[in-house]
Design a binder for this molecule. Structure first.
Ligand code: DX5
Ligand code: ZN
Length: 218
């Protein structure tokens, strides 16, 4: 299968982002995962659009942007401007999710919908055919380096069943606590894209860690 790996910039060295982005460029990573937080939807703040404009200039891989902010549709133009390939909005943060998804697609980006750990997959039944990806949070959003929530493996299977039942082309991405052990179980359950922050950037050799994750798809 074509498993995609998306290292998360949140765990990179903020004092030298250029070096870490160059490592991503020359690695087997498929996408670069970017976590934007507002201190309201999640209890943390990460980086904003001025920084990401430079990230976009340096990064040769598609940007997978994960918005952990309230009312994310408000920032559609900014997200487009930083060169996002995929714009992921939280189900819990959008009152008119269908409208937001349509607007993302009309702007030329791919549309992803993200579910917090306690939000059930069945709530996506009426939108699953309209989205390009579902991002399942396998930790509570806001911080890197947290412990993997075990229920995420069953949840991945449930989502895969829904996608097949509804004839949807949506990819399944999983984010939080991913390593070689949890990653293997997620791939077996149906995951198409794995996000990994700490496991990649805090490893001795991030390039070969990305390669090891990529090989879970072989
Ligand atoms: C958490 C973020 C993740 C985070 C994952 O809110 O959405 O993308 O960077 O980090 P790890 O892989 O360390 O759990
Ligand atoms: Zn994320």
């Amino acid at each position: 299968m074509d498993l995609k790996i998306a290292p998360s910039l949140l765990s990179a060295n903020f004092a030298n982002l250029q070096a870490d982005i160059e490592m991503i460029n020359s690695s087997e990573a498929d996408w670069l995962h970017i976590d934007i937080m507002d201190g309201v939807f999640v209890p943390n703040i990460s980086f904003g659009f001025p920084v990401l404009e430079y990230v976009n200039r340096l990064c040769k891989k598609p940007l997978d942007v994960h918005l952990m902010i309230t009312d994310p549709g408000k920032f559609l133009n900014e997200v487009k401007h930083i060169g996002a390939y995929m714009m992921n909005v939280h189900y819990e943060a959008c009152i008119h999710l269908h409208r937001t998804v349509q607007q993302i697609k009309e702007s030329g980006m791919k549309a992803g919908v993200t579910l917090n750990p306690a939000t059930p997959v069945c709530l996506l039944e009426d939108i699953i055919r309209d989205v390009d990806m579902v991002l399942l949070m396998s930790v509570n959003p806001g911080f890197g380096g947290q412990k993997f929530i075990e229920n995420s493996v069953d949840k991945t299977m449930t989502l895969k069943e829904l996608i097949l039942k509804k004839n949807s082309n949506a990819l399944i991405e999983v984010d939080g606590g991913v390593n070689l052990e949890t990653g293997k179980r997620l791939v077996d359950a149906g995951a198409d894209v794995l996000v990994a922050g700490n496991f990649v950037f805090k490893s001795y050799d991030p390039t070969s860690t990305i390669k090891d994750l990529k090989s879970l798809g072989i």
